[in-house]
Design a binder for this molecule. Structure first.
Ligand SMILES: NC(=O)c1ccc[n+]([C@@H]2O[C@H](COP(=O)([O-])OP(=O)(O)OC[C@H]3O[C@@H](n4cnc5c(N)ncnc54)[C@H](O)[C@@H]3O)[C@@H](O)[C@H]2O)c1
Length: 294
């Protein structure tokens, strides 16, 4: 199994480290516009593999030839929002990066499956689809697995019981309109409190360390890779494109060919309304990007 990661920053390097420690692949390629950063982290990770008595090979650089004929390509390249910058400005900057990466992935690894991590996530899933020309079943966005872990973390802290095997999950868009589905018996005040902690889970980390989370996002990507490599029948919350080419997280089944099945949404009326509103916003944001101009 050969897995490439575009963007050797916090999330990208954490994914590579987990892939090695879980012995999930034989080859890893780290690609970054900062070639020296990718090379340095590839050397560090190669030495990590040797220290762990593993034979996986890690290479790094800025040349997309490094991912020639790779099986899975993960896009984490992007910039974070700076003071005074609007979300739509960030969307344009990161869309340029994701368009460029997706076109090069299509050239060098035409049979790969793409996992998108770059924000704004659901929009970037659409951008990767449009610019790679891949079948929509080969484009998977990671956000729901992270948001679900944040929901379970909040529930665990509140209820004082182990939630790692809970069926509670988060679906919808990776923004404040995300939809929390709790399998626990909570009253509406308790639920609203847990929901608010989940939605603000990422912002709390940014506030504490002035950059966004990376270990839990990397773990979310690992869940997706495991399903793609080993054919996992467990449903995962992934941002995938529906028949109307709208991307948002929902429970899906994956196999080695990508998205195998979208599970029924079965939403309550109030959640359906939230999702419909965020789908309208998604379409406006996509139109604002004017992808024909890329
Ligand atoms: N989907 C999620 O749940 C989730 C979670 C965490 C972070 N993110 C997003 O993931 C992205 C990466 O986050 P991070 O913390 O790793 O950031 P980071 O700044 O640590 O790393 C980003 C890397 O991308 C590289 N890069 C920038 N432009 C590039 C280009 N054109 N080609 C190749 N590489 C390029 C940078 O050099 C940098 O090394 C951000 O967009 C962030 O918002 C998403």
């Amino acid at each position: 199994m050969k897995i490439a990661i575009i963007g050797a920053g916090n999330v990208g390097a954490s994914i590579a480290s987990l892939l090695l420690s879980k012995q999930m692949c034989d080859n890893i390629a780290l690609i970054d516009i900062n070639s020296n950063l990718a090379k340095a982290k590839a050397i560090d990770l190669s030495q990590m593999a040797i220290a762990l008595s593993q034979s996986a090979k890690v290479v790094g650089g800025d040349d997309y030839k490094l991912l020639e004929n790779f099986d899975i390509v993960i896009i984490t390249a992007g910039v974070a929002r700076k003071d005074g910058q609007s979300r739509s400005e960030l969307a344009k900057i990161n869309a340029n990066i994701v368009v460029d990466a997706s076109k090069k992935i299509a050239k060098f690894a035409p049979n790969s499956t793409i996992i998108v991590v770059t924000n704004p996530l659901d929009i970037m899933v659409y951008v990767a689809y449009k610019s790679s020309g891949f079948n929509k079943s080969k484009i998977i966005g990671m956000a729901g697995e992270l948001d679900s872990a944040r929901l379970k973390f909040s529930l665990q802290n509140y209820l004082g019981k182990d939630m790692k095997d809970s069926k509670s999950c988060v679906i919808g868009m990776h923004n404040d309109s995300m939809i929390c589905l709790s399998s626990e018996n909570l009253n509406s005040n308790e639920f609203e409190n847990i929901k608010s902690q989940t939605i603000n889970g990422g912002a709390l980390i940014v506030k504490l360390m002035n950059t966004s989370a990376f270990y839990a996002p990397a773990a979310g990507v690992i869940n997706i890779c495991q399903a793609l490599i080993y054919g996992n029948s467990k449903p995962l919350s992934c941002s995938v494109l529906d028949d109307n080419l709208v991307a948002f997280s929902r429970l899906v089944k994956l196999d080695k060919n990508g998205v195998k099945e979208l599970l029924e949404l079965n939403l309550e009326q109030k959640d359906r309304e939230i999702l419909d509103k965020s789908i309208d916003e998604f379409i406006i944001n996509i139109n604002n990007l004017n992808l024909n101009g890329f």
